[in-house]
Write a protein that binds this ligand. Structure first.
Ligand SMILES: Cc1cc2nc3c(=O)[nH]c(=O)nc-3n(C[C@H](O)[C@H](O)[C@H](O)COP(=O)(O)O)c2cc1C
Length: 175
């Protein structure tokens, strides 16, 4: 099972659309992880433990054969909600990310397609020691104009690179 995580909570999120396209090209079943979590608070953790939605997300990561994360760029970095999710998951038992094949993609309004967010996410994930793929990069620029009426990704180069990235991810997952 492929796990998709979108860094955007927006209903019409281009990153959620990109993650769906990634799953389609990966092939086979997929599910989405939900990063709509309470804000990390060490006092809350001490008083109430790990919230059930965090345990669920960590379980999805641990159980997935591979993960694709599609993140928007917020002020040249990743959205706080995504970092919050990474921090919460790091507080769970076990090491759900360890050696997990992970592909990072991004969709953004800017011309760089969220390149800085992609790098920031790479850095943010380093402590968890996943198997982060290095490419090909999929950085969808001017993202709101890159999906058709059926939410299919347009643009030959994007489709070609996303196809290759997902083939690489599948190979990493299945050996
Ligand atoms: C707080 C905030 C900061 C943003 N900063 C950037 C940025 O640094 N670079 C960029 O390309 N787009 C930036 N954007 C625009 C987003 O790329 C755009 O809203 C994009 O559609 C968000 O992804 P989504 O469609 O998945 O929600 C920003 C948007 C918000 C709300």
């Amino acid at each position: 099972m492929l796990l998709c995580i979108s860094g955007s909570l927006r209903a019409q999120s281009t990153n959620t659309k990109l993650a769906r396209e990634a799953a389609r090209l990966y092939g086979g079943p997929h599910e989405f992880g939900d990063i709509r979590l309470p804000l990390y608070d060490a006092d809350r953790e001490e008083a109430d433990g790990i919230p059930s939605e965090v345990t669920r997300l960590a379980g999805q990561i641990a159980g997935a054969e591979a993960v694709v994360i599609s993140s928007p760029e917020y002020n040249q970095s990743i959205p706080g909600g995504l970092k919050n999710a990474l921090d919460w998951v790091s507080r769970t038992k076990g090491t759900p990310w360890r050696d997990k094949p992970v592909a990072i993609v991004s969709a953004a309004a800017g011309r760089a397609g969220g390149a800085r967010a992609s790098y920031a996410l790479r850095l943010a994930m380093t402590p968890f020691r996943p198997r982060l793929l290095t490419g090909p990069e999929v950085l969808v620029a001017d993202a709101r104009n890159q999906f058709d009426a059926e939410d299919r990704l347009m643009g030959e180069m994007y489709i070609r690179n996303l196809t290759e990235l997902m083939e690489t991810l599948r190979r990493a997952a299945t050996g």
